[in-house]
Design a protein around this ligand. Structure first.
Ligand code: SAM
Length: 219
């Protein structure tokens, strides 16, 4: 199958299961107009994050890597009225667009966008109360720090999801040694034998190409 087949398949399934969403369309357009790169999760992946959060009745969510807030909107929509989401972003310009998109989505009062290097910011967060779910989707060399800190921040039974852990299968190909791929490998090595978590990788293929989510729960 080609990329065009993946895209068409996502579009077909989405036409039954997701449908049109003016708020998400506006967020995508505003992000594009603001010059943000086209690297948000797909609609199907966003909805999966939303459903996973709902399935554990998540009330407190942490996201690492905001961009224009597209995945943030999907996740924050899963929260009850009393819920909250904290999202960490390096770039002030990205955070500004994310805040605008979140305001347009009616989610501004539930979401806190914190600007700065997430490796520093995440260490300032406290598990009071603990987080139910963390979505890690920032710079890949930071994966291990983000995952280690997430273990500290989530409740027992809480979920940690890491995006882009397959990278067209290149993580499994020793010929590739770029820092993003090494960042995923370092995370896999750390999880191996880590009794605090249980995890699996599920490959994803669709309009964003061939990649994967790592899904972990804290024991
Ligand atoms: N989760 C977003 C979505 O699906 O809509 C996409 C996030 S994008 C793949 C990665 C984001 O992480 C970018 O906005 C980038 O600026 C941010 N980022 C990169 N390095 C970072 C760091 N050290 N700390 C925090 N954010 C970082």
């Amino acid at each position: 199958p080609t990329y065009e087949d993946f895209r068409r398949s996502d579009e077909y399934h989405n036409s039954f299961l997701i449908g049109n969403d003016a708020v998400l369309d506006a967020a995508q357009n505003h992000s594009k107009e603001g010059g943000l790169p086209d690297i948000a999760v797909s609609a199907a992946q966003g909805k999966l994050l939303n459903l996973l959060a709902k399935s554990i009745s998540a009330k407190r969510i942490l996201e690492v890597g905001t961009l224009g807030g597209y995945s943030t909107i999907w996740l924050a929509r899963a929260l009850p009225d009393s819920g909250s989401l904290t999202t960490l972003e390096l770039e002030e310009a990205h955070a500004k667009i994310a805040r605008e998109n979140l305001a347009n989505a009616g989610l501004a009062d539930k979401v806190d966008v914190i600007v700065g290097p997430a490796a520093d910011t995440i260490k300032t967060l406290e598990p009071n109360p603990p987080f139910d779910l963390v979505f890690i989707d920032a710079d890949k060399p930071g994966n291990l720090v983000y995952f280690t800190e997430s273990k500290r921040l989530v409740r027992k039974g809480g979920v940690i999801i890491v995006d882009n852990v397959v990278r067209r299968g290149n993580v499994a190909n020793t010929e590739y040694t770029d820092p993003s791929i090494e960042g995923v490998r370092a995370l896999l090595k750390a999880i191996q034998g880590d009794k605090e978590v249980e995890a699996t990788t599920i490959g994803t293929v669709g309009e964003k190409g061939y990649d994967g989510f790592l899904y972990a729960i804290k024991n």
